[in-house]
Design a protein around this ligand. Sequence first.
Ligand SMILES: *Cc1c(COP(=O)(O)O)cnc(C)c1O
Length: 396
Amino acid sequence: MSITPLMPVYPRSGVRPVRGEHCHLIDEDGTRYLDFASGIAVNLLGHSHAGLISAIQQQAATLMHVSNLYGSPQGERLAQRLVDLTFADTVFFTNSGAEAVECAIKTARSYHQHAGNDDRYELITFRNAFHGRTMATISASNQDKMHKGFMPLLAGFKYAEFDDLESAKALMGPNTAGFLVEPIQGEGGIRPASDDFLRGLRQLADENDLMLVFDEVQCGVARTGRLYAYEHYGIEPDILASAKGIGGGFPLGACLATEKAARGMVFGSHGSTYGGNPLAMAAGEAVLDAVATDEFLAEVREKGERLRSRLEQFIGNYADLFESVRGKGLMLGLRMHGESRPFYVHLRDNHQLLTVAAGDNTLRVLPPLVAGDAEFDEFFDRLSAGAADYRPPSAA
Ligand SMILES: *Cc1c(COP(=O)(O)O)cnc(C)c1O
């Protein structure tokens, strides 16, 4: 037997965290890492946030799980807060990002099919997008490496160029149900869509009765300094998938929709055994308590600007390694001249700094939103030392 008990689908590194303290992770051998990956934009309150811990502890002791066959005061409360804070009129809770996107895809299809338009099932999605690892969500992405071994894909997706309105327009036809897009591509390399692109999609959707679906699983929940990234663009989606940060580390996702968009999501049309259970709702409420305030969001924007300008200064000293800084708020990317993965490994293994590699030669910098100047100083100490002794793999 050579297969590992943990199904070997991840190339796991030698970092083996057993404890978290604010913005640091402590390995089983005692090594301390500065965590500017945040579990890939999940631990927005860091690792030992008193409010989140006590909310989960209290709820666990009171009521952990009940079936969705019963009324849910806990779910109603969190859904109402999300409705009050966003474009949405209604919310379906899930346990992950992929499930939130699944629900968004089903909602977009049912909008048309509920009205008898059975041909309107196709979503136009965008190259280098990431929407999750279920069959529908890998089908929504053009990335071959996620498809290999899992054919056939689910029908009903067409891939346009990201940030290219004409490319999306060219794929529209009688089967089009809507557009599915990340306002800021995460795995694709921290690529923010332009205002014209997202506003153009909104206009195309309005003119053709299509659904505009935003995947904010990575960029949502205060990460960019707005509760949701669409707020930067002066438009609203019809449907939005949220997850990652929304539970602060507790598995939670949500599909948000307007009343109009959700017209097909009627009794019996969708469900989830765990989705929205009281324990998850307590985590979600504790996260909103902490982040959904004007002061907190303004602070994230301010910190984002400080971090960004320091990064811009920093890359000036290493023009041979880095090309540019991009992103919004505390969702930042360092675009490199070569692949970002070897540099990410170097920072991790030689400088105990955790970041995340992404597509398009980009290193993701995703600090907990509660990081402050002390953590930023430590980050630049480690990053500078890492850049100074980095030997890029030669382009042999
Ligand atoms: C991480 C991610 C997902 C998938 O979320 P899971 O919780 O891993 O299923 C979907 N969309 C985007 C944009 C993501 O970053």
